[in-house]
Ligand binder design. Structure first.
Ligand SMILES: Nc1ncnc2c1ncn2[C@@H]1O[C@H](COP(=O)(O)OP(=O)(O)OP(=O)(O)O)[C@@H](O)[C@H]1O
Length: 241
């Protein structure tokens, strides 16, 4: 018997998208992200990379076409169901990290488990409870000094904040990790170290990674690289070369 192929994590078919009052920004025939794949997405500033990431998580809906996350059509859901689905199955690492300044390191990391009982359950099954899961991730990401755990995140270095942001995205093993320019504030050596840590955690958890960056030096480290310019049939006037 043929082995069963795992469901693609993301499947995008013939989507178009325009911000209100603006020309079509995205017109994409097809894009698939397979389970466990690590894909690098590049494109000039203003070409629509962040907008595409928003579509993949169901933050915005396309004007036409279909986006399926883990086989589920996002357009067929109510907006609250989409929010829950996104919280359960996707982890985000943002360029500015978006950590909550009034929460400690561990509190920031376990935040997604407050919005997703599935991620809370997965983290607890693996590690006993969500705090232990957060400490496990901190150790794997090279941040296991006990003094750091309860420190306000505002007192961390940029590299430390970035790892906390990665741990927050990874907790509870979401199937898809979306990273939007998460290394732009780091120097070249630190970037590659961070990326290797992120790769090994994604592999350990079985998560796919879609990583947006301008940094061509990182491209060869990924399974596959995509250029939004080549993927997108729309003519984008807001691109900055
Ligand atoms: N919330 C929004 N409302 C209206 N227009 C938006 C919104 N977000 C982005 N845009 C517009 O969509 C276009 C693409 O922006 P987007 O942030 O997706 O590009 P990007 O490729 O991620 O750029 P960068 O590399 O600079 O982050 C820009 O013209 C931008 O002004």
């Amino acid at each position: 018997m043929e082995p069963l192929m795992a469901e693609p994590v993301v499947q995008l078919e013939q989507i178009t998208f325009a911000w209100p009052g603006r020309a079509t920004l995205l017109d994409i025939d097809s894009f698939t992200l397979q389970a466990g794949e690590r894909v690098f997405l590049k494109g000039p500033s203003g070409s629509g990379k962040t907008t595409l990431l928003g579509l993949l998580g169901g933050v915005q809906l396309p004007a036409s076409g279909r986006i399926r996350l883990l086989g589920t059509d996002l357009a067929g859901m109510s907006s609250s169901a989409r929010d829950r689905f996104r919280a359960d199955h996707t982890g985000y690492i943002f360029q500015m990290f978006n950590l909550l300044p009034y929460l400690s390191v561990v509190e920031n990391i376990i935040l997604p488990c407050h919005f997703s009982s599935l991620r809370q359950q997965r983290a607890s099954e693996r590690h006993g409870n969500v705090q232990a899961a957060a400490l496990h991730l901190l150790a794997h990401l090279g941040l296991d000094q006990p003094a750091l755990r309860n420190q306000p995140v505002t007192e961390l270095s940029i590299g430390q904040q970035q790892r906390v942001a990665a741990a927050r995205a990874l907790i509870g093993s979401p199937e898809l990790i979306i990273a939007d320019e998460p290394t732009s504030a780091l120097d070249a050596d630190t970037r590659e170290v961070f990326l290797q840590l992120l790769f090994s955690e994604c592999q350990a958890l079985g998560s796919s990674l879609l990583f947006v960056s301008h940094d061509a030096a990182l491209e060869s480290l990924f399974d596959r690289s995509l250029s939004l310019r080549e993927l997108n049939r729309a003519v984008v006037s807001s691109e900055v070369i």
